[in-house]
Write a protein that binds this ligand. Structure first.
Ligand code: SF4
Length: 336
């Protein structure tokens, strides 16, 4: 269900743009449709009022909570069921953040990711993306939405941009608090600067070596890390918010001195923040997490060399490992 389809349905019942905005605003903010001083009978055409109960039921059915898994860090992983029975994961983050999924599965195939193992099952529609936010808001305040869950947003660009537009206009999320996270795709750098809502950008770099990047992210567009940083820098300067670079630290693979030098070469003096995220090892995959002290030393070295760096845990890592784990576990037969 695309947001444009929802708008069309409202229009067919006589809704004008203001009416559409009201219905969609209350949905995206998880408020009841009779919220506020102006009741539907004061405001909405009769045909729209008549359709509202069934319409709001349908919106609620776009994303339903299947299970919730609180983490020790204040986050909570949600396994979310879509209308056709497919499942995705959303993560309630500490400090009013929410991580949403943009695809069921993912075609990029990052070798260290459970979601990547599955391949792409289907796109998540713009309606289903906003529905994840509405669902999360029935549980907590949400002031920031990061598109870092299952899926590669640039492979589902129209739906993701439609959801960003709605969340950044009537959804009450500040533009820089919408974070489009991507492995990098030339279309992202074409389309994002044109939108009326310009999200912040997070680029998954993981290595400065093009050949290793092709191995780790086998079906990501072939963009040289230096080219990615150049395009990211232009977007950061145009929007006024820094680019966040994501780097999953894999022991013995991308945590050596050559990579540290490469990061300094690429990012020193850039309008950027490097997020180092020690890998969350899962039994199904052969990669290991470096010791925390080693990761902290890398962060300190980068800092001293002039690269703003944060060392982060991935949220809810005590809950079934990384993104895609809950869905993978839910798909296992009960006996396992
Ligand atoms: Fe896709 Fe992200 Fe997993 Fe890579 S890490 S396979 S882009 S979901």
């Amino acid at each position: 269900m695309r947001i444009e389809t929802l708008r069309q349905r409202l229009r067919e019942h006589g809704a004008r743009p203001l009416h559409e905005q009201r219905v969609l605003r209350l949905w995206a903010q998880a408020l009841p449709q009779d919220h506020g001083r102006r009741k539907p009978e004061d405001f909405l055409p009769e045909a729209v009022r008549a359709m509202l109960p069934a319409f709001t039921d349908e919106l609620a059915g776009l994303a339903r909570l299947k299970s919730e898994h609180p983490g020790e860090d204040g986050s909570a992983r949600l396994l979310v069921e879509l209308a056709d029975g497919q499942t995705v994961e959303s993560v309630l983050l500490p400090r009013d953040g929410l991580c949403v999924s943009t695809q069921v599965g993912c075609a990029v195939g990052c070798v260290f990711c459970m979601t990547g193992k599955e391949g792409l099952v289907r796109q998540v529609t713009s309606g289903e993306i906003v529905a994840q936010v509405a669902l999360a808001r029935t549980r907590r305040v949400v002031k920031k939405v990061v598109f870092m869950g299952m899926g590669e947003p640039s492979h589902n660009l129209e739906n993701v941009l439609e959801a960003i537009d709605l969340l950044g206009t009537v959804g009450n999320i500040g533009h820089k608090n919408l974070v489009f996270s991507t492995v990098g795709d030339p279309r992202v750098f074409e389309h994002l600067p044109r939108g009326r809502v310009k999200p912040a950008l997070a680029l998954s770099l993981h290595t400065t070596r093009p050949a290793l990047r092709a191995e780790l992210l086998p079906r990501a567009p072939r963009m040289d890390p230096a080219e990615l940083v150049e395009l990211g820098e232009a977007y950061a300067r145009a929007t006024g918010y820094p680019i966040q670079y994501q780097w999953t630290l894999l022991e013995g693979i991308n945590d050596g001195p050559d990579e540290i030098e490469g990061i300094v070469r690429l990012l020193k003096g850039k309008y950027a923040l490097m997020n180092l995220i020690p890998y969350n090892a899962v039994p199904e995959l052969p990669y290991q997490r470096p010791a925390w002290e080693k990761a902290a030393e890398i962060a300190r070295t980068l800092h001293r060399a002039g690269v703003l760096t944060k060392l982060r845990h991935s949220a809810g890592q005590d809950v079934d490992g990384g993104c895609g784990q809950l869905r993978a576990r839910a798909a296992l037969p009960k006996a396992q």
